[in-house]
Design a protein around this ligand. Structure first.
Ligand code: XIL
Length: 369
């Protein structure tokens, strides 16, 4: 809401109080309720509601959740004949209790696999694994998990298919098979292909070809998840916009599934989010160990504002925008691609306070009311 300025002192004071309290009640999910879901990624502790303050923040600000780690195959399917759903059950219950949109991350991904899966070397065994894995997990949460990242990160930067254990054993047919198995297990769940850097032209072309192929072969793809592990200067708004338009022209929804914006230098200009890449640390690579200078804080706020302005322009094509973590203290970017750094990529700081980035995202909506 707009706060009207008045010269009357008492009235001004009253208005200030009412503006402040209105602002305190404001939240990302309410501000964007008519546009798209505003999601966050939950750690195991957050799913278990270990910290009451974090928990109220999550429930106040977000209406969609993704598990940051606990639904990856190394946790849900640690041995061939053993599944562990203790935490994913809690995750789903938490989402249901709070009427949140629940996203499943992820079914088929080459990273964070259980060690036994990495040893699968022949096609018969891999086929059996995929069928059992996808069917068991998706059926278990049928009607309760709203959407799934069926396949995560199947592409190389040049748009060709990644030589993953799945491609090596099954060839590219594994892609359509994964989507068919997921659709069979829960026909109503929305099925996504999710990846990083797929707003970049070459990789985007690869993702478009991949989605077209899966659909042509009878797979159901409802959406594309652009992870959105971005930087202050890149990717450009033009490439993001082109991506929204080109993906939605395929008849799929566009989600931004893991949004965060690093403010730290990138080793060798690394782009992307390959969790297997790691680099040596140095003071030069960790310039803000104590606090973020205002100049960078403002740049981050401006960057978030311009990104959300673009998202709002295309809200009819966007289903969900999920931040990769609740607050800076939790962000994986403190440990990747260099361990032990202090990064500031999210709208909340590690004390759970709003950052200027938060205000700038909210402001885009307030100025319209
Ligand atoms: C990251 C988690 O945030 C970290 O805690 C974990 O150590 C590695 O994985 N792309 C994805 C996410 O799809 O699952 C990754 O999450 C980040 C990159």
């Amino acid at each position: 809401m707009k706060c009207i300025k008045t010269s009357l002192f008492a009235f001004t004071a009253l208005l200030t109080i009412s503006c402040t309290s209105q602002k305190e009640n404001a939240s990302l999910k309410d501000a964007y309720k008519d546009d798209f879901y505003i999601g966050t990624a939950l750690s195991a502790d957050q799913i278990e509601q270990k910290d009451q303050k974090e928990d109220s923040l999550i429930r106040k600000e977000f209406n969609a959740i993704t598990a940051e780690n606990i639904m990856k195959s190394m946790y849900t399917h640690p041995q061939k004949d053993k599944y562990d759903f203790a935490l994913s059950d809690k995750f789903v219950e938490y989402g249901e209790k709070n009427k949140m949109f629940i996203h499943g991350h992820t079914l088929i991904w080459h990273s964070q696999l259980a060690p036994w899966m990495e040893k699968i070397a022949d096609s018969t065994e891999m086929k059996a694994f995929m069928k059992d894995h996808i069917t068991t997990i998706v059926s278990k949460y049928k009607g309760r998990i709203d959407s799934w990242d069926v396949v995560n990160e199947a592409l190389n930067e040049d748009g060709t298919l990644r030589q993953s254990v799945f491609l090596k054993t099954l060839g590219e047919k594994y892609l359509v098979d994964a989507f068919k198995l997921a659709a069979k297990a829960d026909p109503k769940a929305e099925l996504y292909y999710n990846d990083y850097n797929i707003e970049e032209p070459a990789k985007r072309a690869g993702a478009i070809a991949l989605i077209k192929k899966i659909k042509a072969e009878g797979g159901k793809v409802d959406g594309v998840g652009i992870q959105g592990h971005w930087r202050l200067q890149s990717p450009s708004l033009e490439e993001i916009e082109k991506s929204i338009l080109e993906y939605s022209a395929l008849g799929v929804k566009v989600a931004f599934t893991e949004l965060d914006i690093t403010v730290l230098p990138n080793p060798w200009d690394l782009k992307g989010a390959d969790v297997n890449q790691n680099f040596e640390g140095s003071a030069k690579m960790n310039p803000y160990p104590k606090a973020l200078p205002d100049s960078i804080q403002n740049k981050l706020a401006e960057r978030y504002a311009s990104i959300f302005k673009l998202f709002l322009k295309h809200k009819d094509k966007i289903s969900r925008v999920t931040f990769w973590g609740v607050h800076d203290g939790q962000s994986w970017l403190n440990g990747w691609p260099i361990k032990g750094r202090t990064n500031y990529p999210l709208p909340f700081d590690k004390q759970l306070q709003h950052k200027p980035a938060y205000e700038s995202i909210l402001q885009l909506k307030e100025s319209k009311q």
